[in-house]
Structure formats: structure tokens, C-alpha cells
Design a protein around this ligand. Sequence first.
Ligand code: ADP
Length: 353
Amino acid sequence: MAEVRFNKIRKEYGSTVIVDDIDIVFPDGSLTVLVGPSGCGKSTSLRMLAGLEEISGGEITIDGRVVNGLEPKDRDVAMVFQNYALYPHLTVLENIAFPLRATKTGKRDALRRAQEVADSLGLGALTSRKPKDLSGGQQQRVAIGRAIIREPAVFLFDEPLSNLDAKLRVETRFELMQIQRRLGITAVYVTHDQEEAMTMSDRMVVMKDGRVAQSGQPEEIYARPNSVFVATFVGSPKMNIIAGAIAGGEFRSSMGSRVALGAHVRQESVILGVRPDDLLLTPNPAGLARVALVELLGPRAIVHLDAGGDRLTSVVDADRLSDLSTGIAVDLAVRPGAAHFFDPDTEDRIELS
Ligand code: ADP
């Protein structure tokens, strides 16, 4: 059982602030994903928690105990890296048992325990193989086994799947989630991939420039992003963002497009955000937007629109494509209640009603 807390955690290299007084609570037993663009301070934050990086300010606690001054091995954490270096000359079983070599566990007990861990990870039949005779996903599971065997209070993952191809990444991601849920170990997972963050996390912490841009359940963040940055970082294809003004139930972009809102608010200057799924298209020869390109993705299609200079995207059911070929003019509307609004100066979310 371990709740992890970052209290005003800061990291500086010389005069450069890399992590800027962040507060994060990682609830006991949860899988929290730190996500954000490259360079925003995710890995540094994880490495400070692991004890691999000095902390310039603030406190990190694990289960109420301040760990700032503790060596990595005394923090009761285990870390799985992207480049999980397995020992090539050791078998799967020996690799998993390796962390117990320096403990009081005898060799026989260590190997028996490693076998249990291997079984729990679906590696039970592969324990006498060497790493080179395993697939990438199996190797990754061995690395996880090696982290699990010490029964850490906290599991740390730094982009552990980025060396795997797309299909294997999805499979291993799913396995990793199942293992974490089954063991109930508090886990902190770092990735730059918002889709990975959305699908895996109980809690998601979106970082930008060394700060927390927004944290919460992934569904909450997706539904109510608190800024243009978070709105466009989370979700694929990206949310449409258009600057303009609202009058008479219609949004008028400064570039010339028009989007029907249905809501009768007035706001002289606003940024409209519309998820591609919520941008509705109606063919109309007098429409101001034009279909520029259609990308078919199986049952759904991405429709790229040229709307008087605004480049927008809509996602539609593929069976609508007979109406929406390239060059067709359309009217635009937002699905009722699905418009997001942001302040044009601060780019923070605003509520209009
Ligand atoms: P992320 O994991 O989000 O991609 P990092 O935590 O690795 O970001 O890095 C955050 C910032 O800190 C980056 O701008 C990086 O260049 C900088 N940085 C990381 N390590 C060092 C270091 N040892 N010295 C100076 N700057 C560093």
C-alpha cells in the first residue's frame, strides 16, 4: 500500500527550471500516467521519484515517508525503462531472479519465486530460454518480472513500450494494465503518447513546460480540457480550434468560416474548439466549407475541410461518404452541447451559457 505525493517538487539545472514546483498525488494502487510533449519534464519527474536525479526543491513522500534523501534501493520502488537491458547470458528465470541475488533469499528460493512470477506473466514455459530467443513483448515481460520480484511499493515505467511495434505495443500495454490491476501496486507511467495515456490511466497528469497543465481522470480531461493546449494535446484527430466571435447562434471565424452552434450566446471574441466527431457536415451547394480530402479508416472516415482559410477536420461514418466526395460544399454545425470555448488572450477554458 503506497500513496505517492509530490509537494512543490522542483528541478533546476543551473539557472534553467525543468520542473517548476509541481504538486501531484498518485493514489494508492492507481496507475497514473504523466504525459506531455517531449522535454516537458516527465522523465525528470519520474527519475526524481526513483532517486536517480537530485531534487532541487520540495518533498516527495511514499506512504507518508519523505524519500528525498534516500538511495534508490531504499525507496521500495522498481523502474522499468524503455531500454530494458536483460542479461543476455542468463536465462529468463535467472534474469527474473537477478534482483534477489543481493538479498537474504537463497538461490533455490529465488528461482522458485522467479518461476511463480514467470507463470503470472505467461512466461512459465519459456524460463530456460535466453533473451535473444524471445520476442520483444516477451522480453519486456521479463523486464517487468524482474521489477515485480522484489514486490516494490511503487512501480515506475519510463516509456516502456516505445521500442515495440504498433501491434505489440497495444498487446503489451493491455498486459501491463492487467498485471498492475491484479497486483494493485501504485504505478507511475511516463509517455509522450496521449493515446497510451488515455487508454491506460486511472489518472492522467498532462504536463507542459515543467508544470502540470491538467490532471484528472482521462474521460474528464477529454470532456473538459482546461486550455487550448490540453484540448489539442488530448484526442486524435486533434480538436479543431478556430478564433472568431459568436452572434445569433452562429460562430463566425475571423478567417471566414461559419459554424452553427445552436446556443444563443453572444461573445465578441472567443476561441471555439470542436472535436472532429462533433463537427457535423450537411452538403449544401451554398455552404462556405469545402471537402478537401477524405481519409477512409474502415468504418469511419476523416474528412478534411477547407473553410474559408480555416483547415478543419470532421470524423464521419464511412457510409456517409457518398454525400461527401472531394470538392462538395457543406454547412458546418457543432453537435448540441459539444462546443468548447476558450479565452482568446489566456487560451483558458471559459463556460458560455
Ligand atoms: P521529457 O521526459 O518530458 O521528454 P525530460 O524530463 O527528459 O523531458 O527533460 C526535460 C528538460 O530537461 C529537457 O528540456 C531536457 O533537455 C532538460 N534536461 C534533462 N536532463 C538534463 C541535464 N542533465 N542537464 C540539463 N538539462 C537537462
